[in-house]
Design a protein around this ligand. Structure first.
Ligand SMILES: *Cc1c(COP(=O)(O)O)cnc(C)c1O
Length: 384
């Protein structure tokens, strides 16, 4: 087979299964609205849960940071790319979340890849929730460790996997709030099983930090669990981009030696760390925003129940409507768009086969009439 044939076949297969992915240009938007191909939509696809991506204070912090530091870090953090803005934000983030150390990464994807690659060796085992994010499962699959997947949110299933003997170290991997389902992991029970077998726990709280727990400290704080490795990301509730791992001093020192994404990659622009610092202030003071988000969630779920929609067991900003069939899911998303509501159809392989869904995400920026409109339009489309 030639390269050309390989590409042709792969693309044809994606088309056949209605899995072909395309990007659209979002000309102008925020957490509430967006403009695509000249048309305005209500935005129910963003992860900007608190609407911070357009916050004037954060924008100003980025501008002032750029004026002070320039636009780029100038190198890897190990060479000359580690600036006061990084150090100060890491320190502040760590003490906010109750850890001795935080290390910044350019993205959540990179953080997960880097941590798993640096930590895992041959004979080790990664026990990952079946529905863990691609960045975790892929890193696990690429690592020399064995990957075993436990049933979604089931500590008993994890316990049964641990009953099979293994030689090396064990790492249990889960999300705080699951990105495609919106449900929360039973972190204390998972950590109890993990500790019983001397394993470490990695929690990826991309969708929890900023949104839940006291001051928005996330899933772990809310559930009073301190995993050995906590990953938080800044592209969601923080409204910016980037990520951090929270850990003990030795773990941070170890990652600084062995996490290749930190060593061989340009550090986050220091101006971005300034923006993140301002975003953290907004989050700490964001009880009103979190309350607005909660009322949007309540309104959506109540309205969905009244209309007999098949909502999932999620109390968070992620509200999937499971459809099942991929073609029908795409068609529904298209119908919603025609009515001015932008909702993403999520299909396999992002989610398990047979669980194609409309992934509705809510934000503090949504007004009650936005939610009402969405409910009407979804109800109409489902009835057709
Ligand atoms: C979005 C997401 C990531 C990736 O984070 P980025 O900063 O966007 O690369 C990782 N894990 C989970 C659970 C996510 O939802």
């Amino acid at each position: 087979m030639s390269w050309q044939q390989r590409l042709d076949q792969a693309l044809a297969a994606r088309h056949e299964k209605a899995q072909f992915r395309q990007r659209r240009i979002n000309q102008q938007g925020d957490a509430r609205t967006l403009r695509i191909e000249g048309r305005n939509y209500l935005n129910f696809s963003a992860n900007d849960y608190l609407g911070l991506s357009q916050h004037p204070r954060i924008i100003r912090a980025w501008q002032q940071g750029a004026a002070r530091y320039g636009v780029g870090a100038g190198g890897s953090g190990h060479i000359t790319g580690y600036h006061p803005a990084h150090a100060e934000f890491e320190q502040r983030l760590a003490s906010w979340l109750g850890y001795p150390r935080a290390l910044l990464f350019i993205s959540g994807f990179a953080a997960n890849q880097a941590i798993i690659a640096a930590m895992m060796a041959k004979n080790d085992v990664i026990y990952a929730d079946k529905l863990s994010h691609a960045s975790l499962l892929e890193a696990a699959a690429l690592s020399p460790a064995t990957l075993r997947r436990f049933a979604h949110n089931q500590p008993d299933s994890l316990g049964r996997l641990f009953a099979r003997p293994h030689q090396g170290e064990a790492l249990v991997v889960t999300e705080g709030i699951f990105s495609m389902d919106g449900d929360q992991a039973p972190l204390a029970a998972l950590q109890a099983v993990s500790r019983q077998h001397s394993g470490w726990l990695l929690v990826d709280d991309a969708h929890g930090v900023g949104v839940i727990g006291e001051e928005g400290r996330g899933s772990c704080w809310q559930q009073k669990v301190m995993p050995e490795l906590l990953v938080v990301t800044f592209g969601k509730a923080f409204g910016v981009s980037g990520a951090a791992v929270l850990c003990q001093n030795d773990t941070a020192d170890y990652l600084l030696q062995f996490a290749r994404h930190l060593i061989y990659s340009t550090a986050m622009p220091p101006a971005q760390a300034c923006a993140l610092d301002a975003a953290l202030t907004c989050i700490q003071q964001g009880d009103d925003l979190r309350e607005q988000l909660q009322s949007a969630i309540r309104l959506f779920r109540q309205g969905a129940r009244e209309r007999g929609l098949n909502i999932a067991a999620s109390e968070t900003a992620i509200q999937p409507l499971i459809v099942g069939d991929e073609v029908r899911t795409l068609k529904l998303a298209e119908m919603l768009r025609q009515q001015g509501c932008w909702v993403t159809a999520i299909r396999p392989p992002t989610v398990p086969p047979g669980t194609a869904r409309l992934r509705i995400t809510l934000s503090a920026a949504h007004q009650p009439e936005d939610i009402e409109r969405l409910l009407e339009v979804v109800h109409d489309a489902m009835g057709q």
